[in-house]
Design a protein around this ligand. Structure first.
Ligand code: GLN
Length: 189
């Protein structure tokens, strides 16, 4: 399975290292249209959504990512990646990819200094508690009717799925737990 990580900016290497630990996965760093279109799954990492969003436009990658979504290829946005996938951003005029029917709030927990870790029970994903690392994280304020809420923290939605699309406010690539990767790669099976 060819699993790409959009390698413009942000926690690319960390996702690649995690993917290397999963049998049957060929991890691929990419910011190229042709390579994107050859993938079986795509991760859009955390980083700075405005910077990654601008480069998606500059490199003319938006149509390729939308094409992957139209094909039903699994796409997972972590943190900034979730912002890029959202159809609505409450505190930003921009819509980047606009592929997932969620309304997100950027920097919803405050500044970089307000970053934190929490343990979450996410029954759809694991029988054990999952450590969630929030770094200047967004949360989901609202979801469309096709969106399945996977996890809440402090009564706010922090993980959700819509068919082939997965979004998390937090960073599974910064922990030792592979359960979100296994969940993501199993979405279409
Ligand atoms: N606050 C960042 C943004 O708005 C996201 C932070 C992250 O991805 N860790 O893009």
């Amino acid at each position: 399975m060819r699993v790409g990580v959009l390698s413009i900016q942000g926690s690319v290497r960390e996702h690649i290292e995690k993917l290397k630990q999963i049998e049957g996965v060929e991890p691929i760093e990419t910011k190229g249209k042709e390579t994107l279109l050859s993938l079986d799954a795509l991760i859009i990492p955390g980083g700075e959504s405005s910077a990654i969003g601008k480069m998606i436009e500059d490199f003319d990658l938006k149509d390729a990512i939308i094409e992957l979504n139209n094909r039903g290829i699994p796409i997972w946005g972590t943190c900034a990646g979730m912002i890029l996938m959202a159809k609505h951003i409450v505190n930003d005029d921009k819509v980047y990819l606009g592929i997932m029917d969620i309304t997100v709030k950027r920097n919803a927990y405050g500044s970089q200094l307000d970053s934190f870790k929490a343990k979450l029970m996410i029954p759809a994903v694991s029988n054990n508690e999952i450590e969630a690392v929030f770094i200047r994280a967004p949360y989901i304020e609202g979801v469309g009717e096709d969106v399945r809420i996977l996890a809440k923290y402090d009564n706010k939605i922090v993980a959700a799925q819509q068919a082939n699309l997965l979004a998390t406010s937090f960073h599974p690539e910064l922990t030792d737990d592979l359960s979100f990767y296994r969940f993501f790669l199993g979405i279409n099976r």
